[in-house]
Ligand binder design. Structure first.
Ligand code: SF4
Length: 342
């Protein structure tokens, strides 16, 4: 437990958490909506400080990040808790339930990141699996230590955070994959119990500061309507048409039992988004996602599952000399086996 950084006490003696837009008002002893904070003895505490529920060396493609050191592994760590409650959540057992967790120190995590860097080429630490922003007090300590070790910090997040803490995380983040779950406030409220506008604001800020990719899980009959895909893609394109968008196929789980998104719906969403954005990928489809030059069509990266084949070196397209904005190891035609799950 660690005292929370963002909260105030009302004249009535309640704690108002100011970390995220849920703005929970807590009476003594109560937990926040995220289950990651608790008001005790007149102070608000982070319950998940230094607690992890999962740790694995994953391919960077699994985050998913396709335009950031393709083919490299990244040590991935998750805590417990989430400040949204998506009906279709694929990780609800660690995001909304009391999952088993163990304590870890910052030194231990940084040491593991360094060890896996030396032995496997790990590029850094990804904060993922559950929602990392509700691990705020731990992140603002571990992220500077990871950077000081010469490694990268990657957030895989819903970006549903207030502006000041978001700015603080961006100081230390190098890359992020942000879930843009839909494109109406009604969708965010009804299915996720959140709001759209803070997420959009945080995407805009992140796009100016760090490497950014976006993921949208396509739910049949919910956010698959062409108008929503079109509005979402056009909005992203106005920020930067080179932001990669991952359209991920939904599968049912124990709590949300709609059948999987039809393949034709995924293909339609891909076609619509590709009308606005230069790099659109289909996820959870068992489909190869090749990265090609948007100008001349030259293949830059081939993927098959988590196996990748880099077909370029340096940062200009060998076909037309277009700039390739993909940080990568400068290794020609490198093929690596990415079956590094632990
Ligand atoms: S971080 Fe948690 S406790 Fe704080 S406002 Fe958000 S959901 Fe509520």
């Amino acid at each position: 437990m660690k005292e929370a950084q963002f909260y105030r006490i009302t004249p009535e003696g309640k704690a108002v958490c100011e970390l995220c837009p849920q703005a929970c008002q807590l009476a003594e002893g109560k937990m926040g909506f995220c289950k990651a904070r608790q008001y005790r003895d007149g102070r608000l505490f982070s319950r998940n400080y230094g607690l992890i529920s999962g740790l694995a060396l994953d391919p960077i493609e699994k985050k998913p990040l396709y335009h950031y050191y393709p083919g490299k592994p990244i040590l991935s760590v998750g805590t417990i808790g989430c400040n949204l409650a998506c009906a279709f959540c694929q990780n609800w057992h660690i995001s909304r339930e009391e999952a088993p967790a163990r304590a870890v120190s910052i030194e231990e995590l940084v040491g593991l990141a360094e060890e896996t860097h030396r032995e496997h080429g790990n590029i850094g630490l990804a904060y993922t699996y559950s929602e990392p922003t509700v691990w705020f007090e731990f992140l603002v300590e571990v992220m500077p230590a990871i950077r000081a070790a010469g490694l990268k910090n990657v957030l895989v997040t819903n970006a549903f955070l207030n502006p000041k803490p978001w700015e603080m995380l961006l100081q230390w983040a190098d890359a992020a994959n942000i879930d843009l779950k839909g494109f109406t406030d009604e969708y965010y409220q009804r299915l996720c119990r959140g709001k759209l506008s803070p997420v959009l604001d945080n995407i805009r800020t992140a796009a100016e500061r760090i490497h950014l990719e976006l993921t949208t899980l396509i739910i049949p009959g919910e956010n698959d309507i062409p108008e929503m895909i079109e509005a979402l893609s056009a909005w992203v394109a106005r920020i930067d048409p080179e932001i990669p968008l991952h359209l991920s196929r939904y599968y049912p789980n124990e709590r949300f039992t709609l059948p999987p998104t039809p393949l034709a719906v995924m293909e339609r969403a891909y076609t619509i988004a590709s009308g606005y954005l230069k790099y659109v990928y289909l996820g959870n489809m068992g489909k190869e996602n090749t990265t090609c030059c948007p100008d001349c069509g030259k293949v830059w990266v081939e993927r098959e599952g988590y196996r990748i084949r880099l077909l370029v070196r340096g940062n200009h397209c060998p076909g037309c000399n277009r700039k390739i904005k993909i940080p990568m190891e400068d290794s020609p035609l490198a093929e690596r086996n990415k079956d590094t799950k632990s």
